[in-house]
Design a protein around this ligand. Structure first.
Ligand code: ZN
Length: 216
């Protein structure tokens, strides 16, 4: 597992709680929406079901073994299967953030978006942190077919957008996953602000300069 530093469960729980609070306090996810997980020795830590990211108790964090069985803390988020699908397909995945952030959701509901790559390269930072963002079709909450749909794309993409729902973003660390999901939300906001305007996106040559190829 190249590039992943595995933390102790208690340290990981503290990191999840502090990133959760930071995102909640800045309005990036509301109510009890959004969930975060981290890889730890022999399994994962996940935010519990029906918990607010603003008030996470590190001691109550759900602890799952390598088979996904709950071995400590409260029952995990009902969307645990989304996180598992990302980890399964990405050996470099140290953390997953699934944020219910308003602008990304708004973009996921637009009728005429390119499902192969939802957001254009508006800024270099977005292009470097996310690159391409495929859209996964709508499934009803808890539908396990959604996990298959995520699995199908997660090998190639560390970020996916679920139609009429929210983004799921993986990172080698929780810092990387949070930074990427925030960049995605910010870019979704810009994309909406630019609707109806004539826009210059980064060109293929400018993307190439960043080491990014437009091919999917
Ligand atoms: Zn969700």
């Amino acid at each position: 597992m190249m590039g992943i530093s595995i933390m102790t469960p208690s340290h990981a729980a503290e990191r999840i709680a502090s990133f959760g609070k930071s995102m909640f306090d800045r309005g990036l996810t509301a109510g009890t929406s959004g969930n975060i997980s981290m890889r730890i020795e022999g399994g994962w830590l996940m935010t519990p079901t029906n918990s607010s990211l603003g008030e996470l108790d590190p001691g109550a964090m759900s602890r799952l073994d390598a088979a996904g069985k709950l071995i400590g803390g409260q029952a995990p988020t009902k969307e645990a299967f989304l996180h598992r699908a990302m980890y399964e397909m990405r050996s470099d995945c140290g953390a997953v953030v699934h944020l219910h952030s308003a602008h990304a959701v708004a973009v996921s509901c637009l009728a005429d978006i390119d499902a192969g790559n939802v957001l254009p390269p508006i800024t270099a930072y977005y292009a470097m942190k996310i690159g391409t963002l495929p859209l996964i079709p709508y499934f009803k909450p808890g539908d396990l077919e959604l996990a298959d749909a995520v699995r199908a794309l997660a090998g190639k993409h560390h970020a996916v957008l679920l139609a009429n729902h929210r983004p799921v973003v993986a990172g080698t660390s929780i810092e990387a996953a949070v930074a990427a999901v925030e960049e995605l939300e910010e870019t979704a906001k810009l994309f909406l602000l630019l609707q109806g305007h004539r826009v210059r996106y980064l060109t293929d040559a400018q993307l190439e300069e960043l080491g990014i190829s437009r091919s999917r």
